[in-house]
Design a protein around this ligand. Sequence first.
Ligand code: GRF
Length: 187
Amino acid sequence: MVKKNACIFISGTGTNLKSIIRNSRDYNFPINVNLVISNKRNATGICFAKKFSIPHLILDVNKKKFEIIARKELHKRKINLICLAGFMSILSKNFIRNFNGQIINIHPSLLPKYKGLNTFKRVLDAKEKITGCTVHFVDEKLDNGRAILKKRVWVKKNDNAKKLKQKVQTEEYKAYSEAIRKVYNFS
Ligand code: GRF
């Protein structure tokens, strides 16, 4: 099997990155992680790229420069898939068009509900009984593209934002890799 080349964009702790890298080590997983790009100098998730000897770039520059350099690197490394994993910047329309259908994201809610930030607090304030996460294609609108896969989590009475985040993130680690398999029609 010829694996596709993937790049993961991060800004923070990179726990989704870690789980994608782990799964990508499986011979039957459809992608290799060939590159990790962080737009934040202090993103601790970079340690996972280092640990697994994956090339990484820290592009803590303005969006325009970020996209020029990233685009060059992505083309050079023949990247087929960009996975946004806690990437806290909105890519330009131009960039998204350039990688049409090749960028996916994970969001900690059952989209289209709770787009944007502070999802856990908003879910709790609204007294939702169920929440979860969504892996979706990225289009030009925020947290909007076609959903690939969703995972649900029960919200318990005594959950706080921290507890809920833990529960949702546990599902995220499974969801992201399942979604990547789904994108390439792997069972
Ligand atoms: C995840 O909860 C993801 O849904 C959101 O940002 C968080 C990233 O966490 N987009 P990590 O950097 O993967 O640890």
